[in-house]
Design a protein. Structure first.
Ligand SMILES: *Cc1c(COP(=O)(O)O)cnc(C)c1O
Length: 389
């Protein structure tokens, strides 16, 4: 099959002997062997099959196959959370003494991994400014082994040129890792541009309804083998239940993303025309500094908007408190619209200087545009802008 929607629905729906139409949930820690010889062969990797749910489970295998078809990657691993995927992709492929070159605008916990966790084991990182890629040559050291990027970034919505990143990684023999959480495979496929590893927080759009945590590490077979060895023996496995939910959600990713993107563009256009708004950023608004680049590598602009309301942090807080429908919570990619204040929540562990570097001002708010009718989202925002004056 070839179309995204068809593959996401029809590929890999495990069946038991009961001929159920919808994939069953396999709550089993281990799987039985027909004979001692079959057990030996499976442990020796001579034949394929399920052994133990820390290694693999039919539900996690379904999820991996669906997302691999969507991303155009060969193989993968599903993990308990997005951070387990970020950690696992780095910890399995690098070793003491290695160096990572990363884009500066990263998810808060990924930033903590690079600056505070991995240095404990002798893996160091340098950040590059993506508006200045011409100077990245100078940031490559003899021990640089990985290029780690996130595009669009959370919450700065910076767009990194994936074609450039693919070529740069190839020229310097670096493993290119792309966190594709914001775009999802429906809008952007980094492997097409040369990414060796694609990671996800499946908690966000892949779930899409704010129910379960999950992560994915996808890529070329030879690298995924290394990752599989690492996850098999360190145990960040996804639960079968979460994998089952996420595999089901893959079936509706395309229709959900179409609506998230359509709604977000309408809401972003509303903000752009409102004089109470100081600044609004959305990848598919022509005012986004990398609008052309976003259009080159993404099919639509995604569901996230960042903005600052005139009147600084106090006004931003009054604006958030004035919302009646939109939820105030730290998640994103949910069917329900969500507002977050990154400086005091998701990115509060960064120093003020670190936040300034990645464009998180005190007044910045992140809006994850949900699947409600866009007129109701705009009405809620409009009322909160009015009452917060
Ligand atoms: C949320 C998020 C993560 C972390 O994922 P969890 O599932 O919360 O562990 C990593 N990267 C990005 C871009 C995210 O938005």
């Amino acid at each position: 099959m070839s179309h995204f929607e068809t593959d996401a629905i029809r590929i890999a729906s495990s069946k038991s002997n009961h001929k159920e139409h919808s994939a069953p949930l396999y709550l089993s820690s281990s799987f039985t062997f027909d004979s001692a010889e079959e057990a030996r062969q499976m442990f020796a990797d001579e034949i394929e099959g399920n052994i133990y749910s820390r290694y693999a489970n039919p539900n996690s295998s379904d999820l991996i196959q669906k997302v691999c078809a969507a991303e155009g990657t060969e193989d993968g691993i599903a993990t308990a959370s997005g951070m387990a995927a970020m950690f696992g992709s780095i910890a399995s492929l690098l070793q003491q003494g290695d160096h990572i070159l990363a884009s500066r605008s990263l998810f808060g916990s990924t930033h903590q991994l690079l600056t505070r966790v991995f240095p404990k084991w002798g893996i160091t990182s340098t950040y590059g400014d993506i508006s200045d890629t011409a100077n990245w040559e100078k940031l490559v050291k003899p021990n640089t082994k990985m290029l780690f990027i996130e595009t669009p970034s959370n919450p700065g919505l910076e767009i990194i040129d994936l074609e450039w990143a693919g070529k740069f990684a190839a020229a310097h023999n670096l493993i290119l890792v792309v966190d594709n959480c914001f775009a999802t495979p429906y809008l952007q496929q980094p492997a097409k541009w040369g990414a060796h590893i694609v990671t996800h927080s499946a908690t966000k759009y892949i779930d899409g309804q704010g129910r379960v945590l999950g992560g994915l590490i996808l890529g070329k077979q030879e690298l995924i083998k290394e990752v599989q060895f690492f996850t098999r023996h360190t145990g960040p496995s996804i639960s079968p239940f979460n994998a089952w939910i996420l595999a089901k959600s893959m079936e509706t990713l395309a229709v959900r993303m179409d609506r998230h993107c359509g709604n977000a563009l309408k809401v972003a256009e509303y903000f752009e025309g409102n004089k109470e708004i100081e600044f609004v950023k959305y990848p598919f608004l022509p005012s986004h500094p990398q609008f052309e680049l976003a259009k080159k590598q993404m099919s639509q602009g995604g569901g996230i908007i960042t903005l600052t309301v005139k009147g600084g942090i106090q006004r931003a807080q009054r604006f958030i408190d004035g919302l009646q429908m939109i939820s105030v919570t730290a998640n994103l990619g949910d069917s329900r619209s969500i507002i977050t204040h990154p400086a005091s929540t998701t990115h509060s562990k960064l120093s003020e200087e670190e936040r300034a570097n990645v464009g998180i001002t005190d007044g910045l708010v992140r809006l994850s545009v949900g699947l409600e009718h866009y007129e109701d989202i705009i009405q809620d925002v409009e009322r909160a802008l009015d009452t917060s004056k």
